[in-house]
Design a protein around this ligand. Sequence first.
Ligand code: XUL
Ligand code: CO
Length: 441
Amino acid sequence: MIILGNTEFFKGIGKIPFEGKESDNPLAYKYYDEKKVVAGKKLKDHLKFAVAYWHTFGNNGTDPFGAATRGFNWNLPKDPIDAARAKADAAFEFITKMGFHYYCFHDFDIVEEAATLSKSESRLHKITDYLIEKQKASGVKVLWGTANCFSHPRYMNGAATNPDFKVLAHAGAQVKIALDTTMALKGENYVFWGGREGYMSLLNTHMKRELDHLGQFLTLARDYARGQGFKGTFFIEPKPMEPSKHQYDYDAATVVGFLKEYGLQDDFKLNIEVNHATLAQHTFQHELQVAANANMLGSIDANRGDYQNGWDTDQFPNNIYEVTEAMLVFIEAGGLQGGGINFDAKIRRNSTDIEDLFLAHIGGADIFARALIAADRILSNSLYQQLKTNRYASFDQGSGKAFEDGKLSLKDIYQIALSQKTIEPLSGKQELYENIINQYL
Ligand code: XUL
Ligand code: CO
């Protein structure tokens, strides 16, 4: 059990230093030197690491088969506001010791939900005032806020897509309050993850009606926040399933299509989560690329799945190959639009030492830093980009270029093909690309 002190919650652990890859100190960064400049920008500005309030300060190790394995002193106060303040103290101590500059939260991560909407709202006002003070004192900022419209039993049939308007209205009020909270905390972005926006069975579901409701709901949320002067970006976080059997924000391609259909493409971008990508049977790199193609690569929820399990294990990232491939897309897209890298990951149920939370975040930050450095070197020093450019060289001139420019008809193409002699095979060189990545890790 983690037993924490009163004033200092993470006793015995100081600010995590950068010591470089020769260091054997487990509580030091090996690759994440926040001031290191890569591709013209400091690592901290490229990556904007954020701590996820819910996992890091809320997850006590419970699973469907067993009780908590970790206890937190910040949960000891009986009064919900006292508990929320203690949790905020712990959160800011942790974030500051990590040397991170951001956090992300759901409304009811920062204070426990009350019995009524208006009581919850007044609790949120109180804790917001406290968080404003903590932010001022530490310089730590909000990367994004969101509303938890999936845990309470009222949301068992969805929130914005609930068949009962009363539930939709409750969700609308909750989102309004969460937007107010995020704006009061000067949050840089706002996220919608539609946990139960989907269906369990199509037999009882009007899919088209529910999708229209979701489009309308997001439009109202956007209009409200913009009316209040919110300048940040709204993110949708795709996930194919879990907790619903099928979720409407299935994957990046589905969300891009949805946003365009409902006229939301100018205000919304995507928050891509690694384990959600793999649940959709895509690679993380694929999901980032789809978002980047649409100019909607907004933010990242960093974690990883388990290659043998088919659910959202939310483990801390540690696959250097996977993250390096992703960072190639990240750099080529010009980085994230407004967002950062939020560790939406939890330590394992049997990770019960006080230092485990630190070790997990250090590992995650080091993997992203190392991958970004490697990807930058691959792009600037290796054959990678040249190989890719050469692969499409036939479209850079002559008939290929005319085709790209829309100057050829199908009949023209027919004539060209008739006059062609043999088509020489053009190797995809996949193994060479793979070797290049390995060489630069
Ligand atoms: C759930 C998930 C959420 C969102 C925020 O899988 O990723 O934590 O990131 O609601
Ligand atoms: Co997430």
